[in-house]
Design a protein around this ligand. Structure first.
Ligand code: TYM
Length: 329
């Protein structure tokens, strides 16, 4: 089987964007691949975190992976910080990554503007840790949203550079971007990405929002004055609603447009709200159920960390040997 790796940060409240752009595809691909799904808590501390909150959110995220439909017996679901290979490979890859490359990363530019009081070295080398995540498991496929494409590119560049020096050490990974839902936009400012760090709570649907809140946020979504339901860039608000609707239902946007022929924005907004509720409600119920079973989740955390560690160590030893570290006796 080919290998799939992906991860998500346990920072802030997860949004519908995280689900439709990533998690939903993870579930769809999980039977075909040998899968590793990490809760990337090491990435989270590149911005300051309250330790108790981070720990709680990390566990909630791991639970959500399972609730969303990833079978933890078949897929390796684990905390990044439980597998020291991530940090060890990052150090090595740091020595094969150029400052200039990292300087060009748009996420670094955005985040350092936003957290001007804490532009730390971890924030700068964030993409190298992400490259290590992926390369550690000899990953073939990485399902992500469009905003992660630049990180995927640098991962490939680092891997190719390393292989050119030392031979075929790393598998060169490919990104998997869903046909729809790969960039869900803010409900209040539809030219901006829906983001967990948005200050306006009406801009994002959070995965744990209750049905009334979801319906209300959809009804308040910003549209335009065209009064036509069309899937085109000139109407970003309507386009985004159609994207959400078609991704939730697994249909093409053009078919969604047909369904709404002759209807108004009010109808569209209600239908989108209902579609989102029908997707999220079962997941929310499953989260509540799983959270009660502490021993079950603990077992998964322990077993899967061991499994991830086994595969990570295989790659790590190979890399350490290639760069000239002395053999372990
Ligand atoms: P993160 O935690 O910001 O987001 C997790 C996943 O959700 C996708 N996503 C979206 N997709 C569509 N529309 C949106 N509005 C939207 N917002 C977020 C992201 O593209 C991502 O797939 N650096 C990564 C985590 C990471 C990772 C990895 C991913 C660390 N190591 C290795 C893949 C492989 C991040 O911060 O994603």
């Amino acid at each position: 089987k080919k290998v799939l790796f992906s991860g998500m940060q346990a920072t802030g409240n997860l949004t519908l964007g995280n689900y439709l752009g990533a998690l939903k595809n993870w579930v769809a691909l999980s039977d075909e691949y040998e899968c590793f799904y990490s809760v990337v808590d090491m990435h989270s501390i590149t911005v300051r975190q309250d330790p108790a909150v981070l720990r709680k959110r990390a566990r909630a995220l791991l639970t959500l992976y399972i609730a969303a439909g990833l079978d933890p017996e078949k897929n390796c679901i684990y905390y990044q910080s439980h597998v020291s290979g991530h940090a060890e490979l990052t150090w090595i890859l740091n020595c094969f990554t150029y400052m200039g490359e990292l300087n060009r990363m748009t996420q670094f530019k955005d985040k350092s503007a936003k957290h001007a009081d804490n532009i730390n070295a971890g924030l700068f080398t964030y993409p190298v840790l992400m490259a290590a995540d992926i390369l550690l498991f000899q990953t073939d496929l990485v399902p992500v949203g469009i905003d992660q494409m630049q990180h995927l590119e640098i991962t490939r560049d680092i891997a190719i550079r390393f292989n050119n020096i030392y031979g075929d050490v790393f598998t060169i990974p490919e990104a998997y971007i869903g046909k729809t839902g790969a960039k869900i936009m803010s409900l209040q400012d539809p030219v901006k990405k829906m983001s967990k760090s948005d200050e306006n709570p009406n801009a994002s649907i959070y995965l744990m929002d209750d049905p009334d809140t979801i319906m209300r946020k959809c009804r308040r979504a910003v549209t335009d004055s065209e009064a036509v339901i069309a899937y085109r860039d000139e109407q970003p608000g309507v386009k985004n609603l159609l994207d959400i609707y078609s991704t939730c239902l697994g249909i093409a946007p053009a078919d969604a447009v047909k369904e709404f022929e002759g209807k108004g924005y009010g109808d569209l907004k209600s239908a989108v709200g209902e579609a989102v509720v029908s997707v999220l409600k079962p997941i929310q119920d499953e989260v509540v159920r799983l959270e009660k079973d502490k021993a079950y989740i603990d077992g998964i955390i322990k077993n899967n960390a061991e499994k991830a560690n086994y595969f990570a160590t295989k790659t790590l030893r190979k890399v350490q040997k290639k760069v000239g570290f002395p053999e372990r006796i």
